[in-house]
Unconditional design. Structure first.
Length: 157
């Protein structure tokens, strides 16, 4: 079967120290989809301290879609990867790293490498798809940054 990749990325600022932001971002919970403004469920299976499997079912415009993801945490680098091991975009991989911006602020650097299956569209259409994915994912992280402020905002660091 034919496949093609879509590459995209973005940054999301956080009003918290890098380690605090990393811990919050990688504290996976069953209500994460609601925090991202989506209707969905999440099952979490911890393999060990730095490896877990997420099974997410999200309801979109075409109905529910289930994706299974292998998440590998790298706390030393304040980074993690998310690799699709099941679902419509199997073999896609997403890279995340929290970068310090002084003592009290940080940002998420995100790189998406999505694999789509089927006949590759034109390069113009792939660029449009990358923009759509960037807009959608960045929008979810904007909501997550607000949730982080709600959860952590009153604490001193």
């Amino acid at each position: 079967m034919d496949s093609y990749s879509i590459h995209y990325g973005f940054n999301q600022p956080f009003d918290f120290p890098a380690k605090i932001a990393f811990d919050w971002c990688t504290d996976y919970k069953s209500d994460d989809w609601a925090k991202m403004g989506k209707k969905g469920t999440r099952k979490i299976k911890h393999i060990n301290d730095d490896t877990l499997i997420l099974t997410d079912t999200v309801t979109g415009k075409d109905g529910p879609v289930t994706k299974k993801r292998l998440v590998r945490l790298n706390p030393e680098r304040l980074a993690w990867t998310n690799t699709h091991v099941g679902g419509p975009n199997i073999h896609s991989q997403f890279w995340y790293q929290i970068v310090a911006r002084g003592k009290q602020k940080s940002r998420l650097d995100f790189i998406g490498l999505q694999v789509n299956y089927g006949k590759p569209p034109s390069t113009v259409r792939i660029a449009e798809m990358a923009k759509e994915l960037r807009t959608d994912d960045a929008g979810m992280w904007t909501l997550l940054a607000e949730e982080m402020r709600k959860d952590l905002g009153k604490q001193k660091y």
